[in-house]
Design a protein around this ligand. Structure first.
Ligand code: LIP
Length: 288
């Protein structure tokens, strides 16, 4: 990062403040049925609280840094002029939130982008480990409002939960590995993902499907799951949690050395990564 660039630690402090403010809003949900819309399918939902939380996060970030770019899941998108872009998922695990299940998170990552056309890029999709199509993620926070847990990372400076350093598991035996995964919203993709799962399940200790990619990646970072894979993640699901996992010692990649992204995200400690990759690769987990 150019020495003249903004200090990632200061950017992280701002991200944590915005995530905590959104967490307080989300935990103070109204005592009535939430207004719910759908997106890609009838089960891909966005609630009024997703929208309100993103609005609060964007307002907090841009009040402090008005020239920054923004890529938010619920439409908070704008190019920037500062060389800094925020990647925001106001509720990762929206279905869990809707059902009152505490496994949901606020995910905010910040990337440094090269000024010029790339800085205008607001597309989804990762182009490399730590990149989100326009720059490199240098800091991130994943906050679980229901428990208060706050996962943080600055590139090159380790990963933490509530200030305590995290480290991935040393599990190297596939048959003893606890592996998290997730499923898409489209029936055809879910059927394909079930085929992959059918082949994986007998080969590992067990599977966990918690419902939040950002928290799944943080559980890899803390060693509370040994590995994670999922197809269909967007940059806002992935950006902060991938940095936390990598800074805790995980490999976070696609297949065959490719970058993590919508096609597939695979995360595990170095002792397990190759075995989990070689189990998955022939199954075509990156194809519908
Ligand atoms: C969710 C992901 C999760 C995936 C869900 C959903 P959202 O993100 O975090 O890993 O399995 O299908 O995509 O939609 O709650 O922000």
């Amino acid at each position: 990062m150019p020495s003249s660039g903004p200090d990632p630690r200061g950017l992280l402090d701002l991200a944590v403040a915005a995530a905590h403010a959104a967490g307080r809003l989300l935990e103070a949900r109204p005592d009535r049925a939430l207004t719910v819309d759908t997106k890609s399918t009838a089960t891909d939902v966005v609630t009024e609280m997703d929208t309100a939380a993103e609005r609060l996060i964007v307002e907090t970030l841009l009040t402090a840094r008005p020239d920054d770019g923004m890529l938010g899941e619920e439409g908070g998108r704008r190019p920037g002029r500062s060389g800094v872009r925020w990647v925001v998922d106001p509720i990762d695990g929206t279905v869990n939130y809707l059902y009152g299940i505490p496994q949901y998170a606020v995910s905010i990552a910040v990337e440094l982008v090269s000024p010029g056309p790339a800085a205008q890029h607001t597309g989804a999709g990762h182009t490399g480990a730590g990149h989100t199509g326009a720059g490199e993620v240098v800091a991130g926070v994943v906050h679980q409002p229901a428990t208060g847990a706050t996962y943080t990372a600055v590139r090159g400076e380790g990963a933490f939960r509530d200030g305590r350093r995290l480290s991935v598991s040393g599990q190297g035996d596939l048959g003893q590995a606890l592996v998290a995964t997730g499923f898409g919203y489209a029936a055809g993709r879910r059927a394909r993902q079930a085929e992959v799962l059918r082949a994986v399940l007998p080969r590992v200790r067990d599977i966990r499907r918690f419902g939040s990619a950002a928290l799944d990646l943080c559980l890899v970072a803390s060693g509370q799951v040994d590995g994670y894979y999922e197809r269909g993640l967007q940059p806002w699901d992935l950006a902060a949690g991938a940095l936390v996992a990598r800074e805790a010692g995980a490999r976070v990649e696609g297949l065959h050395g490719g970058p993590p992204g919508e096609r597939l995200v695979l995360a595990a400690g170095p002792a397990l990564f190759a075995a989990l990759h070689d189990l998955l690769a022939p199954l075509g987990p990156d194809r519908d």
